[in-house]
Design a protein around this ligand. Structure first.
Ligand SMILES: [Zn+2]
Length: 262
C-alpha cells in the first residue's frame, strides 16, 4: 500500500461484507464513498464466489483488503475444504482467515454442534499454518468459541460482533484477543457495556455491512464506522480522534497492513 494512501486513512472498517450480493448494484459507488471519507475496508468473503469478488475489489481499489473464511452456520464440509484451498493459493493477498466460528443462534440442534466445531477447527489450523490472524464469528457461542481458541493456543484473534458475556471478553482480552464494535452499538446495551469495560487498545471499528447498522433493517455501509467511533468516544469520554487513531493502528497492525505498528 502506497504511503500516501495510508496517510489518508482516517478509519479502518475491520469487518464488512462488500463482496456479498447486497452490494452487487452499487459496490463501486460505496467504495468511492469510503475512499472520499478515508475509510479503509477489510472485506470478509464467505464463499468461493464472494472471494472472487473480494479479490477483484482489491485489484481495482487500494481502499479494500481481503479476508476469507466460511459462514459458521454453513455445515457443508466439502465446500469449506474448497475455500481452504482457495485461501492457500491466494495467501499473499489475504490478510486474515475469517470470519469463521460458531453460530448457535441459527444452528440450535445440539447434534450438529460437533460438525460446526470441526469446520471451525479446520480454519484455526489453516490460520496457524499460514501464520494469519483469525476473525471469529461467535453468535450465541461466545464462551464456546473462546474455549476452543484457548485449547488450540491461538491468540491472534479478532472477535467480531461479540454477543457473549463481558466477563469472558475481559479474560480473552488479557490474552490479547481484540473486539470490534459495530454501529449497532447505538442500540445495544450489551455492546455499550463491552465498550465501557474493555480498554480502548482492545477495540476495533467494524461495520459488518450490510447488517448491524445504526438503524435496524436499513442496509449498513462501511462509513458508519464513524458512528461506532463516536459512541465509543462518548462512553469512554475521550476525543473521537483518539478512538479513530488508536483503532486504526490496532487494525493495521493486526492485519499486517504496511505502516501499522507491529
Ligand atoms: Zn460478518
Amino acid at each position: 500500500m502506497a504511503a500516501d494512501i495510508l496517510n489518508s486513512v482516517r478509519a479502518v472498517d475491520c469487518h464488512a461484507h462488500l463482496s456479498s450480493s447486497e452490494f452487487e448494484v452499487d459496490r463501486g459507488r460505496v467504495i468511492e464513498e469510503c475512499a472520499s471519507k478515508g475509510v479503509l475496508v477489510v472485506d470478509s468473503a464467505l464463499s468461493k464466489q464472494e472471494l472472487k469478488t473480494s479479490l477483484e475489489m482489491t485489484k481495482t481499489s487500494s481502499w479494500v483488503k481481503t479476508t476469507a473464511g466460511w459462514e459458521a452456520r454453513n455445515l457443508d464440509r466439502e465446500g469449506a475444504l474448497e475455500v481452504i484451498k482457495l485461501i492457500e493459493s491466494n495467501q499473499e493477498v489475504i490478510k486474515a482467515v475469517g470470519e469463521v466460528g460458531l453460530d448457535r443462534y441459527w444452528v440450535r440442534d445440539r447434534n450438529l454442534w460437533s460438525k460446526q466445531e470441526d469446520i471451525f477447527r479446520m480454519f484455526i489450523d489453516l490460520a496457524d499454518r499460514l501464520k494469519k490472524p483469525l476473525v471469529v464469528h461467535s453468535r450465541s457461542a461466545g464462551r464456546a468459541c473462546i474455549e476452543i481458541l484457548n485449547s488450540s493456543g491461538f491468540n491472534s484473534v479478532l472477535m467480531h460482533a461479540y454477543d457473549g458475556s463481558v466477563g469472558d471478553a475481559l479474560m480473552a482480552a488479557k490474552k490479547g484477543f481484540l473486539f470490534s464494535i459495530p454501529p449497532s452499538v447505538v442500540r445495544s446495551e450489551q455492546k455499550q457495556k463491552l465498550v465501557r469495560r474493555l480498554e480502548l487498545k482492545s477495540l476495533m471499528l467494524e461495520s459488518d455491512s450490510p447488517v448491524l447498522g445504526p438503524e435496524k433493517g436499513v442496509r449498513n455501509v462501511p462509513t458508519n464506522v464513524f458512528v461506532s467511533a463516536n459512541t465509543i468516544a462518548q462512553i469512554k469520554r475521550v476525543p473521537q480522534d483518539d478512538v479513530l487513531r488508536t483503532t486504526r493502528e490496532t487494525s493495521l497492525a493486526f492485519f499486517g497492513i504496511m505502516g501499522g505498528k507491529s
